[in-house]
Write a protein that binds this ligand. Structure first.
Ligand code: EPU
Length: 427
């Protein structure tokens, strides 16, 4: 079993370069199924969610050529299977994008219910509603989602909740449908815009992405293209918060500052100095960390995927901060770990009350999910003493070269492999 071992308490200083966005690439890789020829995708993050998605694409027949660890050429014209079984979907939520992509291209798909972070119930009713409005029959049997359509016809779909996944899936299913599809109350996240830009580079006609009304005029054919993935908003935010929590000074490079506005604003409210450049942001500790309140919201609100990391910073800020989690049902599991390190956090339903403490102390902890794991990294880097984090496979799903990047900023962090027998003895 692998763990991260961190000797904390060192301010992070220096520069870090941000990788391509996980939540964009996991939508764009399945979208290549819609093209008639080769798509070259650049700035792909080297993370395990990409490995899983590439495995699925190969399994259903796509040709994948690795140019280097950040560039892939995908020829999905050879796809011959429309079934994606559980052993391939259980690792990641985004495997359900295969449903929209296969439906859009081949009018049929049979995909096992998705895995991914355990953030609560995570229903897919809005995805199903969208497929049905486009003319597909949908049924779920033995945890397999079966969709089939004689033909797909554009439709007007009002989403009852703002859902990133449902917006992506409906876009994928609709780009080749006959006529106009309108998605109302659509998600507006940067990765939605990135997917729309990718689809348009393949010859689609998608307008309005980034607003809450997306209009898609169906086209008959989509062709291959070359496309570069946007930088990861949440990876960038994680390094920004880590700079603040460790009282450091970090230039976070290769970012789109506009995507980080809600995070920058909160860090400034906490007393950090945040300086924006064209494609980088510097976060500097200038002698104080003060409380602030956070409410998570769909974009452009404060992202739920930054709530755990930000709560670590607030646990070290003077005063009492209130955090309201309005997007996910189950996003406070990391609190049990954080309190082992000396944080003072009370959770009641969707609200966490954080009383700042002077310092955190290192402890053995675990990553309950991807962003909970990112929170543990920041806590370990900020804490006095040694922190060992287990279940780090969650962190590897979404953070490229996390040890190398933090080490280059002066952190004392290593990945250590513990033979399972030794781990069992220690427990
Ligand atoms: N929801 C429904 N019905 C649906 C779909 C969603 O009620 O059919 C609800 C969910 O239960 C949730 C809310 O709507 O309460 C938002 O869910 P959404 O569909 O937007 O989330 P998702 O698509 O499953 C993506 C990201 C998550 C991120 C959320 C929210 C990907 C692959 N995943 O999930 O990212 O937390 O949006 O922004 O894009 C992460 O990167 O760590 C991660 C978990």
């Amino acid at each position: 079993m692998e763990k991260f071992v961190i000797h904390g308490g060192r301010p992070l200083r220096g520069e870090v370069s941000i990788s391509g966005a996980k939540n964009a690439v996991v939508a764009i890789l399945p979208a290549t199924i819609l093209a008639d020829d080769v798509c070259r995708i650049e700035n792909i993050p080297n993370i395990s969610d990409v490995t899983y998605m590439v495995r699925i694409l190969k399994q259903i027949g796509a040709g994948v050529r690795v140019i280097n660890k950040h560039i892939l050429e995908i020829d999905a014209s050879t796809v011959h299977s429309f079934t994606v079984p559980d052993e391939l979907t259980k690792h990641m939520r985004a495997s359900y994008y295969l449903i929209g992509a296969l439906l859009g291209r081949y009018h049929q798909a049979r995909v096992s219910m998705p895995g991914g972070c355990d953030l609560g119930i995570r229903p897919i009713d809005q995805h199903i509603k969208g497929f049905e409005f486009l003319g597909a029959d949908v049924n779920i049997e033995n945890a397999m989602v079966n969709v089939r359509a004689e033909k797909l016809i554009g439709s007007s779909i009002y989403m009852d909740v703002v859902s990133v996944g449902a917006t992506v899936n409906i876009m994928l299913a609709a780009v080749k449908a006959r006529g106009l599809t309108v998605i109302e109350n659509a998600a507006k996240e940067p990765h939605i815009v990135d997917l729309a830009n990718f689809l348009n580079s393949m010859g689609a006609d998608v307008r309005g992405a980034g607003t809450d009304v997306i209009k898609i005029h169906g086209v008959e054919q989509l062709h291959g293209c070359t496309y570069s993935i946007i930088p990861d908003q949440i990876e960038a935010g994680t390094y920004m918060v880590a700079a603040g929590a460790t009282k450091g000074d970090v230039l976070v490079k290769n970012v789109i500052p506009k995507h980080l506005e809600s995070i920058s604003a909160k860090l400034e409210e906490c007393g950090l100095e945040v300086t924006e450049y064209d494609d980088s942001i510097r976060v500097r500790y200038v002698g104080k960390l003060s409380k602030c309140n956070i409410k998570t919201m769909p974009h452009p609100g404060f992202p739920t995927d930054m709530q755990p990391q930000m709560s670590v910073l607030l646990s070290l800020a003077s005063g009492t901060s209130i955090v309201s989690e309005n997007v996910s049902d189950n996003r406070y599991r990391y609190v049990a770990q954080l309190t082992r390190m000396g944080a003072n956090v009370q959770v009641d339903g969707k609200v966490a009350v954080i009383e700042g403490v002077r310092e955190l102390t290192g402890a053995p902890v675990k990553a309950d999910d991807l962003r909970a794991g990112a929170a543990m990294l920041i806590a370990g880097l900020a804490a006095e003493g040694t922190t060992e984090i287990e279940n780090i496979q969650h962190i590897d799903r979404g953070y490229e070269d996390v040890v190398e990047k933090f080490s280059a900023l002066g952190a004392d962090i290593v990945r250590r492999d513990y033979p399972d027998a030794v781990v069992e003895k220690a427990v």
